[in-house]
Design a protein around this ligand. Structure first.
Ligand code: 25A
Ligand code: L14
Length: 330
């Protein structure tokens, strides 16, 4: 793109939408016109960007009649299903945060540190992966390139902010002894719920299957065996993940640590003697993926365990989407 792009933020008033705005501002993303869109409920309200107030407009079939180059969507799956193709038909490129388009064969699924080249075959819609998948594949990528991954076991500890304001409110109230259950079928305060998104017929949750399928698509390798257990924990921000990885090739654990520390987007925090390891509260508000507890799995021939933490609304959603948009304007 030669001129500065016209941008639209769809779902501008939501948790992810408002974080798009923060990240665009922090990274000084170039733009000419900027449009804020949401449902009829929010139309007429205002949001502030770079000190200027913008009136939120209702998203309709005609929202993309005006020239818009890039639209960042975070308004849920059904909104994306309906409106992303309308935007694309008008020549706009949609970066979509919902799960609606991720596994569509015509739609690239991108983590900029992992598969930026896939931007080239977009047909107007690019999908932003699931938050838990994004932070996992960043450290897996350099390891897969060097040692070829055979199998991955994910166990996640996911923050309530993944469920939006409802989840945050359930935990806030629960901590005061008020067990409201608007986001979850059980109290979240003092609990761990092995249940994220809906249950499927195969016994897994949809969140678990997203991690499995999206890992294959982003790494471009269906031969990797992947399994997952995803758990909601009483933490406000940042998902934590225990990741067990088995490789084809042998390795030195110090080389693994160096490889990860030198990879873009990763910060290694691994000094157990001084109680240094990634923590959800420290990762909150940051854009990087934090990796620690990197150690050999002595139960298999070539395996490791690691602990991976990232802000699920930033790297897991808004930051990753803005990074994709940055690739588009390059
Ligand atoms: O189906 P999916 O893909 O799984 O996605 C489902 C939900 O997941 C969130 C996102 O919620 C989405 O609604 N989400 C998506 N990707 C995510 C990711 N990567 C993710 N969460 C984490 N990580 P959200 O809160 O981020 O975004 C909601 C925004 O979407 C707007 N919206 C909804 N339907 C729309 C629409 N916009 C246009 N057309 C439609 N048909 C929604 O606007 C919001 O901006 P709104 O008008 O419905 O809400 C306006 C005001 O309401 C506040 N609010 C929302 N929920 C609550 C709330 N206030 C109190 N309690 C609540 N529970 C908003 O803050 C806003 O002020
Ligand atoms: O698929 O509830 O992007 O933590 C992101 C938030 C799924 C659920 C997605 C959560 C959603 C997830």
């Amino acid at each position: 793109m030669n001129k500065k792009p016209n941008l639209a933020i769809v779902g501008a008033t939501g948790l992810v939408g408002s974080t798009f705005l923060k990240v665009l501002e922090e990274r000084d993303f170039p733009f000419d016109n900027l449009y804020m869109m949401a449902s009829a409920k929010s139309a007429g309200s205002t949001v502030t960007f770079k000190g200027k107030e913008y009136v939120v407009e209702e998203l309709t079939e005609h929202s993309f009649d005006k020239p818009i180059d890039i639209a960042l969507f975070s308004a849920g799956g059904s909104t994306s299903e309906k409106y992303a193709p309308i935007a694309a038909a008008h020549g706009c490129i949609v970066v979509d945060n919902s799960s609606a388009w991720r596994m569509n064969e015509e739609v690239p699924l991108i983590v900029p540190e992992v598969n930026p080249e896939d931007v080239s075959w977009n047909k107007g819609i690019i999908a932003n992966p699931n938050c838990s998948t994004i932070q996992a594949v960043v450290p897996l990528k350099p390891l897969h390139e060097k040692y070829k991954i055979k199998r991955v076991i994910y166990s996640t500890y996911q923050a309530v902010s993944g469920s939006g304001l409802k989840g945050i409110n359930d935990l806030k109230e629960g901590l005061k002894g008020n067990d409201i259950m608007k986001a979850y079928p059980h109290p979240i305060a003092g609990n761990c719920l092995p249940h994220i998104d809906v249950f499927l017929e195969n016994g897994y949750t949809k969140e678990e299957m997203k991690m499995i399928n999206e890992t294959h698509k982003i790494l471009g390798d269906d031969s990797i065996a992947v399994t997952a257990t995803t758990v909601r924990v009483p933490v406000f921000d940042s998902h934590s993940e225990s990741i067990n990885v088995e490789f084809e090739k042998p390795f030195e654990i110090e080389d693994v640590k160096t490889l990860l520390a030198n990879y873009p987007g990763i910060v290694v925090q691994d000094d157990p003697a001084n109680n240094v390891y990634p923590l959800a509260r420290d990762a909150a508000g940051k854009n990087e993926v934090f990796v620690g507890r990197i150690r050999r799995d002595f139960s298999v021939e070539n395996g490791i365990n690691m602990w991976v933490v990232a802000d699920n609304i930033r790297k897991g959603a808004a930051t990753n989407a803005v990074q994709i948009a940055e690739k588009l304007i390059k």
